[in-house]
Design a protein around this ligand. Sequence first.
Ligand SMILES: *[C@@H]1O[C@H](CO)[C@@H](O)[C@H](O)[C@H]1NC(C)=O
Length: 265
Amino acid sequence: MQRTTIALIFVAVYVSFASAQAPIPSRPDGYGVGGPADSHVVVEMFFDPLCPGCKASWPTVLQLIQAYGTRIHVRIHTFPLPYHTNSFVASQGLHVVANVTSRNLDSIFQYATKVFENQEAWYNDATKSMTMPQVVDSLATFVASTGLVTKDKFLAGMAMDDINFETRVSWKYACSRGVLGTPTFFINGVVISADPTWSLNDWKSVIDPILGSNDKVSTPVKDCPPNEKECTYAPHKTQCCLAGESCIPNVGCRCFNMKNGNKCV
Ligand SMILES: *[C@@H]1O[C@H](CO)[C@@H](O)[C@H](O)[C@H]1NC(C)=O
């Protein structure tokens, strides 16, 4: 009896470790547009369809896609936050639209656009007195009204275990990338400080130098003392570098050669 108990505890501990491991997605996570997935510049957005900051960033993301066309790849990943009620439902909805439309990217991005536009309908207090099936039904009715997917197909997809699992895998994938809030943006795998205040020009000031464009970038916003060098290392982020320090994009002033412990040369 005791032995069985101990064995069961071992099994329970093993299973909890095994399930703590994020599964490898069955295909590269997310949905991308523009150039190929291995384009010179890959912008990734981790978003929650019911997050106001994501909604605020979205128009600029669409402008970015327009402006660069096939010169960059823009990829979106769902990352529903636990403190945004119904976010998981709205995120699964994106995967349902992908499934029903055979991964039609236009439909997938349209879904994001439409849900952002109507975000308040499912956000926190708005659904306080609704049951989960009522919330799902409300989303399905809305999606049908946009003409993207019929209500029946949407509801069927929301009930599918595989698509629910796919939504979970996306969430775990985001965790494996260190994402902890939304929107989170990456360029070529590195987190960037982009937020809803970033304009298309701010994005260009980061992307164009990587693409090797000759366009003029970022305007100075800080006056540095005469012996210090101005370093605009990201949109709206400027530091004054001391003698010897280098200006590193997305990072700021850094010293790579210290002398006598604390002097940069
Ligand atoms: C849609 O989901 C079903 C059920 O999981 C799956 O068999 C099918 O391959 C999916 N289709 C697409 C295009 O993802």
